[in-house]
Design a protein around this ligand. Structure first.
Ligand SMILES: [Zn+2]
Ligand SMILES: [Zn+2]
Length: 166
């Protein structure tokens, strides 16, 4: 097993399609690994699509990073007992860093949500986009006219992980 190349000098942004996880108490996200880095659980090297690196602050990791620990995505998910689809299907783009609250901007048919009560709206949106199946809990659905485009009426969906993972 080659040592991690600590002279590797560059930064790697977080890959937004994978959730940020707290693994063994360290905030970790998926990013490119430096040469020689291997998963501390299974020893896999350079997972395709990147692997978890932690501890990290903010939205990028700066190498060299001597305190970094590496976990491949399958090992990270197994460690936290995450189901196959749990915490999937969301890209943090307009969510606040380090917040548990996530936001999706979605478009619906004209009138689709208008006559519903708040509770019906939560249920409808959660079912239509399988939030519950993906391990999320929808908290609020709010009209978002700035997201309207063509015949799609914009709504903002606020949600969080359905269970406390750490
Ligand atoms: Zn692994
Ligand atoms: Zn998010």
């Amino acid at each position: 097993m080659a040592p991690v190349d600590e002279s590797f000098n560059r930064y790697a942004p977080r890959m937004p399609k994978e959730p940020v996880l707290v693994i063994d108490g360290r905030r970790s996200f998926v990013a490119a690994w430096p040469p020689g880095a291997v998963c501390e659980e299974c020893g896999v090297e350079q997972p395709r699509g990147g692997g978890y690196v932690g501890p990290v602050l903010g939205e990028r990791v700066d190498y060299p990073k001597p305190d970094a620990r590496y976990t491949c995505p399958p090992c990270a998910r197994a460690k936290l007992g995450l189901g196959e689809r749990e915490l999937s299907g969301h890209m943090c783009q307009h969510c606040e860093d380090d917040s548990d609250l996530h936001i999706d901007g979605l478009r619906f048919l004209p009138g689709e949500l208008d006559s519903m009560s708040d509770a019906e709206r939560l249920e409808h949106v959660s079912a239509k986009y399988e939030y519950a199946e993906r391990g999320w809990q929808v908290l609020e659905v709010e009209s978002a006219p700035q997201l309207t485009a063509g015949t799609g009426v914009g709504w903002a969906v606020y949600f969080k992980a359905a269970r406390q993972l750490w």
